[in-house]
Design a protein around this ligand. Structure first.
Ligand SMILES: [Zn+2]
Length: 442
C-alpha cells in the first residue's frame, strides 16, 4: 500500500514537503522553508541559527509532527532542487530522521555550503545522484531522478517506483524548450512513464490558472540583452539584481557584461554561495570572468573603487526583493551607502514575489532608489514554473491515475484540479485537493 502525507506547501507557496510511505518504508520529498515567514525573523534569505520548534510554530518550516509516527520508517530525504523553499528546512529538521539525504550534485553542494557556513552539524550523510538515473532504495522501492528545467540547475522530478505503480513528484519545473544553460526536460522518459503505470502525479500548481505556456529562459535573456546592450549606459553605473540561485540568468548577465566591456563584480553572501556550488559541479565557471565579494568589508572597499570609476563596472548584487540585509538595500541607507547619480541603471531581473513583506520591502527600496532619479528597469524576467498549458502537457505525457495538486495556496491547487477536470478527471475520485498534514491511501 502507498500512503502520501502532504506535510507542507499545500496551504501556501513555501515550506514544501511531502512524505510517501510504501509498506514500511517512508521517503520525505523536499523540506523547505516558507520564505516570507522565515524572512520575518531573519530579514535575510540566508540560513541563520534559530530553534526548529520556534520556526515550526511560526510557519517558517513544515510541521513534521504530521509524520511523527513514520519517523522511524523514513529511509531517505529527497530534495528535488536547491531552492530554499525545498531545502531550507534541512539544516533544522534533518536530525529528526535517521536517514541520508539524496539529491543531485548541485543541490548537494548548496546544502553543504549552507551547513558549513553556518556550522550546522547534520547526522545524515549527503549523497548525490545525477539526473536521469535510478537508485534501488530497497526490494520494494526504486528512486528515479528525471531531469527537468526550472530556475536553478540540476532540478529533478522524482519517480518512486513501487509494486502498486509509480508516484511521480513534479514540484517546481518548467517545460523550457530553449534553455540557455543545460538541457531540456527529459520528455522521452516522461512519455515512457506514461506507458508504464503512473499511480499518482503530485504536481506544481503555482501558475495553474495562468492560461499560457510559460515563456522560455531564452526570452528572459533577450529581455536582458535589450536593456543591457541596447540602451546607452555610457558613464552610468549599471546594477543588476536577480535570484542568486538562478545560475543560467547570472550566466547571461555575465555574457552581456563582457560585451559591455565592463568589469563584472558579484556582491552578496548568497550569490557567492550558489556560484561556488555551480563551479564545484562544473555547471558554469564565473571566477575567471567575475570578481566575487561575499562580506560587507570587502564589498565596501570595492564600492569605493567603483564610485570613482563611473561606467567601468557592472555590479551584480543581492536584494531583488528588497531584503533589508541584502547588498542593494545596504547600498541605499546602510553600511554600504552608495551615491547613485541621475539616470544610473538599476535592472531588476526578477518579479516581486507578491507577499506583503516583499511588496513593502520593494516599495521602500524603489522609493529610495528614485530619490536619486535613477532609471529602474523592472520585471526583466520569466518564471521557472509551469503555466496551465505546460501542466496539461505533463498530464498528457504521464497519464496518471490520480492527480494531487501541490505547491500553492488553495485557489492555485483548485486551478490545477479544474484543469484535470477538463481532461476527464473527477474531483474527489481521482483528483485530490489536500491540505497540510493530511494523508491519502492509494
Ligand atoms: Zn524552485
Amino acid at each position: 500500500m502507498v500512503e502520501i502525507c502532504t506535510v507542507g506547501g499545500y496551504n501556501e507557496v513555501g515550506k514544501n514537503s511531502t512524505a510517501i510511505k510504501v509498506g514500511n518504508e517512508a521517503f520525505v520529498l523536499d523540506l523547505g522553508i516558507h520564505l516570507e515567514n522565515y524572512i520575518k525573523f531573519t530579514q535575510d534569505e540566508d540560513i541563520v541559527s534559530l530553534s526548529p520548534q520556534e520556526l515550526m510554530d511560526n510557519g517558517a518550516v513544515p510541521d513534521i509532527s504530521a509524520i511523527s509516527d513514520w519517523k522511524n520508517n523514513v529511509k531517505m530525504l529527497l530534495p528535488t532542487h536547491a531552492h530554499l523553499d525545498h531545502i531550507g528546512a534541512l539544516p533544522y529538521l534533518t536530525n529528526n530522521f535517521k536517514a541520508p539525504i539524496m539529491c543531485t550534485p548541485f543541490t548537494s553542494e548548496v546544502i553543504k555550503g549552507i551547513i558549513t557556513e553556518d556550522k550546522i552539524k547534520l547526522n545524515s550523510k549527503i549523497k548525490s545522484m545525477s539526473a536521469n538515473s535510478v537508485f534501488k532504495a530497497s526490494d520494494n522501492v526504486k528512486i528515479e531522478f528525471i531531469h527537468t528545467t526550472h530556475s536553478t540547475p540540476h532540478t529533478v522530478m522524482i519517480a518512486l517506483h513501487t509494486k502498486e505503480g509509480i508516484i511521480l513528484y513534479a514540484n517546481d519545473f518548467k517545460f523550457d524548450l530553449f534553455p540557455t544553460l543545460g538541457k531540456k526536460t527529459n520528455f522521452k522518459r516522461l512519455e515512457e512513464l506514461g506507458n508504464e503505470n503512473v499511480l499518482a502525479l503530485i504536481c506544481d500548481s503555482t501558475y495553474a490558472s495562468d492560461a499560457r505556456k510559460m515563456p522560455s529562459e531564452s526570452v528572459a535573456k533577450e529581455m536582458l540583452k535589450e536593456v543591457m546592450l541596447g540602451l546607452n549606459s555610457k558613464n552610468k553605473h549599471v546594477v543588476v539584481t536577480t535570484f542568486s540561485s538562478h545560475i543560467a540568468r547570472l550566466n547571461s548577465i555575465v555574457e552581456f557584461g563582457q560585451k559591455m566591456n565592463r568589469k563584472i563584480v558579484f556582491m552578496g553572501r548568497s550569490m557567492a554561495k550558489y556560484v561556488r556550488a555551480a563551479e564545484a559541479t562544473g555547471i558554469a565557471k564565473f571566477s575567471d570572468r567575475v570578481e566575487i565579494f561575499k562580506f560587507s568589508g570587502q564589498i565596501k572597499r570595492m564600492l569605493k573603487k567603483i564610485a570613482k570609476d563611473r561606467g567601468k563596472y557592472l555590479m551584480v548584487v543581492t536584494g531583488h526583493q528588497g531584503e533589508p540585509k541584502s547588498t542593494l538595500s545596504k547600498m541605499m541607507n546602510g553600511e554600504l551607502k552608495f551615491n547613485f547619480m541621475p539616470e544610473d541603471h538599476i535592472i531588476f531581473s526578477c518579479k516581486t514575489i507578491p507577499t506583503p513583506t516583499n511588496i513593502e520591502n520593494r516599495k521602500r527600496l524603489e522609493s529610495d532608489l528614485r530619490s536619486y532619479n535613477v532609471r529602474i528597469f523592472k520585471d526583466i524576467h520569466q518564471s521557472g514554473h509551469a503555466a496551465r498549458e505546460d501542466l496539461r502537457d505533463l498530464i498528457n505525457l504521464v497519464r496518471p491515475k490520480h492527480v494531487i495538486p501541490a505547491h500553492g495556496e488553495p485557489q492555485m491547487l483548485s486551478a490545477l484540479a479544474d484543469l484535470a477536470g477538463e481532461m476527464g478527471y473527477n474531483k474527489g475520485e481521482n483528483v485530490h485537493l489536500m491540505k497540510n498534514g493530511e494523508r491519502i491511501r492509494l
